[in-house]
Design a protein around this ligand. Structure first.
Ligand code: ADP
Length: 484
């Protein structure tokens, strides 16, 4: 029974709030102590009392086995909280279903033990702070005791059992929410009542769902504990489905965020060259302009319009790849000559302080691929190597045989990429934090496009890199002499 709103629920119910609260909690333990201290002590006392009373009551085998089964279920539920659809509360722990069931079926002692062991076990396994483990376990213990006492009202029959279960669930929920709001409001220095109100609003729906679930579980268990096992499959399916939906939803939300960021970046990237072209055009209108200035203005127009064209190309390519309209031919090509052309073109506008070298293995075999697409990939890698080497250094483009493949490499001595980001930079729109790239601009599309193009040509692309030392991008494409 029960409902919930375990500390987990509340944390996810108001994520920003709880993050804020957690951050403030550790430096300011003094502030939360008036709540933390008494609740933890009362929880510890309740736990000791539950152990003593449980042992003294000489529980029968059914109670011991039943309590253990509910304990395992509660621990699993606590460890894998489930997002409940339509509930604005993030992920919800279903552990209280089993704790309240223990209260209704076996009494407050069993419920308290199930609550404390499952909560403390999962919190410790997740390496939470000791004060948090203590508070959350105490909060569960006190909620479970209350639920057990309420569930202890006498009477027989299914109706009474259902009523006892609902009341126990409600009692658990109320104590849980109030104690949780008490510590969070104390930590944040905000008044308690608005917190309680907000928590009730965001957790009312999961409470109702879990209370119903608990009633079903208790009613089945009361007939036969084995019968209650029939709930395992639908519950597991529900949990897995909801978790998967939630993961997909979070991914979509992240993509949406990245798209917004992309629009802002593209607008900025469009505006900058446009402003340069506009400025150069205005200057070119002046009749008294000398030949040198005229040439440098034309140079700006050429360079900046090329930059604009590249940007628009990237956007078009991304949408073409997205819709699956892109195709690649597989011609037999001289890999060294394709890479050499790209290097020569890049040399024409290399920033000062940067050297660009090229090397090709003596017996590099022909590569099977689409010349334009290979060039596009290499151009992007070389441009990135140049762009993300703001302090100069050396960029080296290499091509060589690699087993059944031809391998192109583009190596720089630039900013480098943290290990955790080395896969993600190939995702659409993904860019490193501007602090890590010293604000170098980009759309986050280049490597996504490269990855997709390489895949179209049955190859692979990856990076090895060390922050502060540089990066080496490798592209492997099939050898033309081995493909029939
Ligand atoms: P962008 O247009 O932002 O450069 P890319 O898809 O080409 O987009 O690259 C994605 C991100 O990967 C970049 O924003 C940058 O943070 C990182 N990156 C790519 N190449 C390099 C490199 N050679 N050195 C360091 N970081 C790089």
């Amino acid at each position: 029974m029960s409902s919930q709103t375990s500390p987990h629920l509340a944390q996810t119910a108001a994520p920003a709030e709880s993050v804020r609260a957690r951050r403030r909690l550790s430096p300011d333990t003094a502030r939360v102590l008036p709540v933390l201290g008494p609740v933890t002590l009362a929880g510890a006392a309740a736990t000791v009392a539950a152990v003593v009373s449980f042992v003294a009551s000489g529980p029968d085998a059914e109670t011991i086995v039943g309590s253990l089964a509910l304990l395992v279920a509660a621990a699993v539920a606590e460890a894998f909280p489930v997002p409940i659809e339509g509930v604005a509360a993030g992920r919800t722990s279903l552990a209280t279903v089993f704790i309240v069931a223990a209260a209704a079926l076996y009494g407050w002692e069993s419920a308290t033990l199930v609550a404390v062991v499952s909560m403390a076990g999962v919190e410790l396994a997740n390496r939470k702070r000791p004060s948090r483990v203590a508070y959350n376990s105490a909060l569960y213990a006190l909620s479970a005791v209350t639920a057990g006492v309420v569930a202890g009202i006498g009477g027989d029959g299914l109706g009474v059992l259902v009523l006892r279960t609902v009341l126990a669930a409600t009692a658990f929920y109320l104590v849980n929410i109030v104690l949780l709001a008490a510590i969070v409001s104390r930590a944040s220095g905000e008044p308690l009542i608005p917190f309680v109100g907000r928590y009730f609003r965001s957790t009312g729906a999961p409470f109702a769902i879990m209370a119903s679930l608990t009633v079903v579980l208790v009613a089945l268990w009361d007939r036969s504990a084995v019968l209650a096992l029939a709930l395992v499959a639908p519950l597991a399916a529900f949990a897995l489905y909801e978790r998967r939906m939630y993961a997909a939803f979070m991914k979509l939300r992240e993509l949406d965020r990245l798209k917004d960021e992309f629009i802002a970046v593209v607008s900025h990237e469009l505006r900058t060259p446009l402003a340069s072209v506009y400025g150069a055009a205005m200057t070119l209108q002046r009749p008294e302009l000398d030949a040198t200035t005229r040439r440098s203005m034309l140079d700006i127009v050429y360079r900046e319009s090329a930059r604009l064209a590249r940007l628009v190309d990237q956007v078009l390519w991304a949408s073409r790849l997205e819709s699956g309209r892109a195709q690649a031919s597989a011609e037999s090509l001289d890999a060294a000559s394709v890479a050499h052309d790209v290097v020569e073109a890049a040399r024409a506008h290399l920033p000062d302080g940067l050297t660009l070298d090229f090397s090709a293995g003596a017996d590099t075999p022909p590569v099977a691929g689409d010349v334009d697409k290979i060039r596009q990939v290499l151009v992007n890698l070389v441009e990135n190597a140049v762009k993300y080497s703001p302090d100069g250094g050396r960029v080296e483009v290499g091509v060589d045989r690699s087993g059944h493949f031809v391998r192109f490499t583009v190596t720089d001595e630039g900013l480098g990429i943290p290990v955790g980001e080395q896969r993600r930079i190939f995702e659409k729109f993904h860019r490193l934090d501007p602090n890590q790239t010293r604000g170098v601009g980009g759309t986050g599309l280049g490597l996504y496009i490269s990855d997709e193009l390489v895949r179209l040509m049955h190859g692979q692309i990856w990076v090895t890199s060390e922050v502060g030392k540089g990066s080496s991008f490798a592209v492997e494409l099939p050898r033309a002499d081995l493909t029939s």
